[in-house]
Design a protein around this ligand. Structure first.
Ligand code: ADP
Ligand code: MG
Length: 243
């Protein structure tokens, strides 16, 4: 039987924040696995640690303890510089509030991660056009980003997350500022990316977005209370990998 290896495997991941004299146990011994091509929702009450878990998975926050393998590699052992290269190459981030540079075109916004990756001019142009094409925004390539509609801006942010062809897309309530129509469009977009083989992990508190995911990792008070494995919605290729 064909065996699928997880793209992400954490064991007893802990994240404490030190706030003045207080310790906040934001993540308590999270042991999770995420498989390639899955779209996984992280859900739980406000303050339960959803964003923290996402940021730890994205190497934006260092965990306090525990292990984290990405494609079998112990990325926590990387130097800060290696981690930065890893993030640029393998991860794409989409946040709730649109963080495109306002006084720049869509092209210029998408070019930044490519410049950082050291791509030459020709490659940059190709990757930018490819990424915009994936999200249906090719016609907006030379638009000022602040002239885009809210939905277009978030699709541009998704395209920016895609330019370096990452294996993992991380979203923190990526539709939090959007109306229903644009939310549906962005969710459909993320589903499409998962169908193309990208792995998508997104924090959400909206049930209809959760239903669009292959499974839900539920977190409560810093503890992962379910990984969603017994959910009927689990995708078949994941089940295949587990059997
Ligand atoms: N930078 C920080 N410093 C101190 N405490 C933090 C920080 N970020 C989050 N927290 C605390 O960690 C807990 C989890 O927060 P967070 O991950 O943002 O939850 P969620 O995204 O589920 O709302 C909360 O108690 C929050 O106040
Ligand atoms: Mg949050």
């Amino acid at each position: 039987m064909h065996q699928v290896n997880p793209i992400i495997e954490t064991k007893d991941l802990v994240k404490d924040y030190y706030d003045g004299g207080n310790v906040i146990h934001a993540i308590k011994n999270a042991s999770i696995k995420i498989y390639p091509g899955e779209m996984v929702g992280i859900m739980g009450p406000s303050g339960s640690g959803k964003s923290t878990l996402l940021y730890v998975l994205g190497l934006l926050h260092p965990p306090t303890s525990g292990t984290y393998l990405f494609k079998g590699e112990n990325i926590l052992n990387y130097t800060a510089e290696e981690q930065a290269v890893f993030r640029n190459k393998e991860l794409g981030f989409v946040f709730q509030s649109c963080d495109l540079l306002p006084n720049s075109t869509v092209f210029e916004n998408l070019e930044l991660p490519l410049v950082y990756a050291g791509a030459d001019h020709r490659t940059r142009r190709q990757r930018i056009l490819d990424a915009l094409d994936r999200v249906g925004l090719s016609h907006r390539v030379d638009h000022w980003s602040n002239r885009l509609s809210g939905g277009e801006r978030q699709r541009a942010a998704i395209a920016r997350a895609l330019v370096n062809n990452p294996s993992l897309i991380l979203g923190d309530e990526p539709t939090g500022q959007l109306d229903q129509e644009n939310t549906d469009a962005v969710v459909a977009q993320l589903r499409e990316l998962a169908a193309q083989g990208f792995t998508v992990v997104l924090v959400t508190h909206e049930d209809d977005i959760g239903r669009a995911c292959d499974r839900i990792i539920r977190i409560q008070d810093g503890t992962v209370i379910s990984e969603g494995w017994d959910d009927a919605t689990i995708s078949s290729h994941v089940l295949e990998g587990l059997s």
